[in-house]
Ligand binder design. Sequence first.
Ligand code: FAD
Ligand code: NAD
Length: 554
Amino acid sequence: MRSQLLTRTTQPLRATTLSRQSFQQSFRRSYADAAAPEAPKPRRRFRFLRWAWRLTLLSGLGMAGTVAYSIYELRHPAEQVEPDPNKKTLVILGSGWGSVSLLKKLDTENYNVIVISPRNFFLFTPLLPSCTTGLIEHRSIMEPIRNILRQKKGRVRYYEAEATKIDAEKRVVYISDDSEVKGDVSHTEVPFDMLVVGVGAENATFGIPGVKEHSCFLKEVGDAQKIRKRVMDCVETAIFKDQTEEEVKRLLHMVVVGGGPTGVEFAGEIQDFFEEDLKKWVPEIKDNFHVTLVEALPNVLPMFSKQLIDYTESTFKEEKITIRTKTMVKNVTDKFIEAEVTNPDGSKALEKIPYGLLVWATGNAVRGVVRDLMNQIPAQKTSRRGLAVNEYLVVNGTENIWAVGDCAVTNYAPTAQVASQEGAFLARLFNTMAKTEAIENDLKVLSTEQAQAKTEEDRNRVFDLIKERQKQLRRTKQIGPFQYSHQGSLAYIGKERAVADISWLSGNIASGGTMTYLFWRSAYLSMCFSTRNRVLVALDWTKAKLFGRDVSRE
Ligand code: FAD
Ligand code: NAD
C-alpha cells in the first residue's frame, strides 16, 4: 500500500514536460486516489458526532422558532369579538391558579365574562420562595391579566377590585377599588347569572397574638419583597457599630414557623443565599447567621413519604438549618417568639426564641368574603375550611355559584395542581353547557317553526333540521364529575437538592437529591404561565449563577 502510494505520487515528478498546474492537479488526484482506501475509518468515527451536531443544531433552531413564534403571537393579539348582552353574565372572582386556568380554556364568546380581582396579574407561586432572596426577580413569575385576557377570542372585562360581599339570592357581587388611586366611584355592584369564586385563602394565624404585627407571610409578591428587604436590614443592622453579641445573634436568627412545603422551601432558599452570597460579601456575619424551622408536629413535610421526610431532615442538618419539631408557637413579640415545646418525656415547657426575621407559613384560613357567603347559605353551616362543593364544584345550597381552588373544600389538598385542574374542569363544563343550551334554543325555535309550517314540504324540511340538532345534542359530550389526577409533589430543600413524590402508573416514586432538583427546575420552568415567564426565569437563574444574588437593600 505504502509502496503503491509512493510509486503513484512520484510518477508526476519524473514527467518534467508537464506544466506546474497540471502537475498539481495530477498530484492531488493521485494523492486522493491513494488515500481513498484509508479514509472511511476516521469518517465513520466522526459520523455519529456529525449527526449529533446536526440534530442539536436542528432542535436548537426548532426551539428558537417556537419561542419566536409564541413571542410574535403574544405581541400581536387578534381582534376580539365584543360581548353579546343577550348572553349570560359569568363573573369570575380572582386571578390565581383556579380562575386563570378556567379563563385559559373557556370559550369566552359563549358568555359575557367579567373578571374581578385586586391583583391584576397571575402569580406563579411555586417559585415565590426564590424571590425572597433575589434568585428570581418577582416580575419574572408574574403574568399580567391583561395579556391573558387579550388572547381570548371573546372580549373579557376586568375590574381591579376586591369582592367585599356576594349576595347569593340577589345574584350580585359588591366590589371595592382598594388601589391607591381612586376615581369618583370606588364601590359598586356587579350582577351575575353565573359566578365562580376563586379568591384563594388568606394566611392562617390561629388568632395567635402578635403574628400579624410582627411576622412576614409568604403568599404574595409584596410578601417576598418585604422578606428580601428585611433580610438585608437584619444583616446591615447586625454589623452596626458597637452592637452587642446577643443582639447580633438575635438579628441574624432567621426563624420560619410552619414545616409545610412553604416553610421548608423558604428555609432552604435563605440558607442557600447565606452560603452562596451573603457569607462572601458580608463575611462579618458568617459565625452568627442561623436558620431555624419551627414545627408543631413531630416532623416536617407531613404530605411527603417517610423516606423523603428523613432525607429532608438529614439534608437540613448538613446545611446547618435547625429543625425544632413538636414546638408550637403561642405568642409573638417584636423580638422573640414564645413556643410550647414538647420534651421527649412528654412534658411541656415554654421557651423564648429570639429572632431577627420571622416568616409565618402555617397554612390557609378562609377569606372574609367567603365566610360571609357561607353564613348566608344554610347548607354551608357545617363547613369549616371553606365553601363545600358538590362533584361538579357547585357550591352546596346554590345553583349558579361554583368554587375553585383554596376557597373550595374538596377531598384534595389546597394546591396549585388541584386549583388548575378544577379551573380546567369548569371551563369544559361551561363550554359544554353553552353548546347544549344553544342547541336546545335552536330546537325550541324549530319546534315552533314546525308547528307553524304551512306545507308538507316545509314541515319535512324543519323535521330534518330537528333530527340533525337532536343528533348534535346527543353528540355533545356529557361531562362527568370532577376527578383529580395527582401528578406528584415536589419541593426544593436547599443545597441544589429537591424531593419528589411522583405518581407513576398506580404507584408512587419517591426521590430526592440533585437529579430531582434538576427535574424540579425543568418541571417548574415548563409549567410557567408563558414563554415570556420561562425565558425570564431561565435568565434569572443564569444571572444568579454568573454574578450571584444582589445583596443591596432596596
Ligand atoms: P390563588 O392562586 O391564591 O388566587 C386567589 C386570587 O383571588 C388572587 O388573584 C387574589 O388576588 C384574588 N382575591 C383575593 N381576595 C379577593 C376578593 N375578595 N375578591 C376578588 N379576588 C380576590 N401548590 C402546588 O401545587 N405546588 C407548589 O409548588 C406550590 N408552591 C407554593 C408556594 C407558595 C409560596 C405558596 C404560598 C403556595 C404554593 N402552592 C403550591 C399552593 C398554591 O399556590 C395554591 O394552592 C394556589 O395558589 C391556589 O389557587 P387559587 O386560585 O385558589 O388561589
Ligand atoms: P401547610 O398547611 O402545608 O403547613 C403548615 C404547617 O404549620 C403545618 O405542618 C402545621 O403543623 C404548622 N403549624 C401550624 N401552626 C403552628 C404553630 N403555631 N407553631 C408551629 N407550627 C405550626 O402550609 P403551607 O406550607 O403554607 O402550604 C399550604 C398549601 O400549599 C398546602 O396544601 C401545600 O401542599 C401547598 N404548597 C405546596 C408546595 C409544593 O408542592 N412545593 C409549596 C408550598 C405550598
